[in-house]
Design a binder for this molecule. Structure first.
Ligand code: NAP
Ligand code: ZN
Ligand code: ZN
Length: 347
């Protein structure tokens, strides 16, 4: 077994702390990855605090992993030592069901094996990227193009693909008007990727101080969700709305901003259900849909797209000892726009 250092939540109610654990030995199809950077996704906070239920403790969070290959198993074909690689939200799936065969492993019928807080085939809990190293089957490892910095690329492994995948799936492009609700880790990637796809992007935010950032990120317009005037002025304006908000909020208000046949896509994952008004949907044939991350093939496509369009995440790099403070700042919306942990600080 490979002795590994990390930071873990020992329970849902305790701060993260230093934690030693074991990784499996490098199997013939495995890649051993030295982790240099790991993003802090809001999902890490939801799960470390067991807000969705089913969390496994102790939990080393982290699924926005950027790194280099330290060692490869005897049968590994895709990677060699020193390659720059990434690992996202899952590290295995059944590989046999229809979604897996189509490259939609995130919709695996047996359930994808989460990078952390999952149960591996041997019964061991998986542990994520707030750690020095990880062992992953080569089929679930991504290649990070050399044009991207490891720190700026790390958040692409979740925030990047979670916004890229629905925009591509619904064919959002230059003839569409897109609204992005919530300008956080996911939201700022949606603005960058949506703009690169040629779409007119409007940011709907609860934070006035983000107005300038929206402009700098390439947004066409910015509107405050705290003002009722926003919801009257923008009635029936958008073809698509991508909702990235992490806390419970009223979806009905956003439905009314869609054109006929418009789609509200939920990617933000609050822990409480919300009531729906049927008539605003019925009368304009509008849709509410959801989307979770993306498959391995599409994640590689997104990384290559970001390299081609010079897109990285806007980040604040922190040493791991600041992780608990960073969690509190994410909850207050006080980050531009993603914290990334420098894992050299753990050694
Ligand atoms: P984040 O950086 O914290 O951004 C969330 C944004 O939502 C905030 O910046 C804020 O934007 C807005 N917001 C937060 N609390 C709010 C409140 N009480 N009222 C109104 N607006 C609020 O989080 P993230 O990492 O982008 O993740 C966002 C959500 O997506 C989380 O629930 C996460 O678990 C989920 N997620 C889903 C997937 C998926 O595959 N579907 C993948 C990753 C993450 P403004 O200040 O602009 O209003
Ligand atoms: Zn995430
Ligand atoms: Zn499957």
């Amino acid at each position: 077994m490979l002795s590994t250092q990390g930071y873990a939540a020992m329970t849902a109610r305790t701060a993260l702390q230093s934690f030693s654990f074991e990784r499996r030995e490098v199997g013939s199809h495995d890649v051993l990855i030295t982790i240099t950077h790991c993003g802090i996704c809001h999902s890490d906070i939801h799960q470390a605090r067991d807000e969705w239920g089913g969390s496994i403790f102790p939990m080393v969070p982290g699924h926005e992993i950027a790194s280099t290959v330290a060692q490869v198993g005897s049968a590994v074909k895709k990677f060699k030592t020193a390659d720059r690689v990434g690992v996202g939200c899952f590290v295995d799936s059944c590989r046999r069901c229809a979604p897996c065969r189509e490259g939609l492993e995130q919709y695996c019928e047996a359930g994808m094996l989460l990078t952390y807080s999952g149960r591996d085939k041997d019964g061991q809990a998986t542990q994520g990227g707030y750690s020095t190293q990880i062992v992953v089957d080569e089929e679930y490892v991504l290649r990070i193009p050399s044009a991207l910095s490891p720190a700026g690329a790390a958040p692409l492994l979740c925030a990047g693909i979670t916004t890229y995948s629905p925009l591509r799936h619904w064919g959002v492009g230059k003839y569409h008007k897109l609204a992005v609700v919530g300008l956080g880790g996911l939201g700022h990637m949606a603005v960058k990727i949506g703009t690169a796809l040629g779409t007119e992007v409007t940011v709907l935010s609860s934070s006035e101080w983000k107005r300038k950032d929206a402009d700098r990120l390439g947004a066409f317009a910015f509107a405050l969700t705290s003002q009722s005037e926003t919801f009257t002025r923008l009635q029936r304006r958008f073809d698509f709305i991508l909702d990235t908000v992490s806390a419970p909020h009223d979806y009905n208000a956003y439905v009314s901003l869609l054109k006929t046949d418009g789609t509200l896509i939920l990617v933000g994952a609050p822990d409480k259900p919300m009531p729906l008004e049927p008539f605003p949907l019925i009368l304009h044939r509008r849709r509410i849909a959801g989307s979770v991350i993306g498959g391995i093939r599409e994640t590689q496509e997104m990384l290559d797209f970001c390299a081609e369009h010079h897109i990285e995440s806007d980040i604040e790099v922190i040493p791991i000892r600041q992780v608990n403070e960073a969690y509190e700042r994410v909850l207050k919306g006080d980050v531009r726009f993603r914290f990334v942990i420098d894992l050299a600080s753990l050694k």
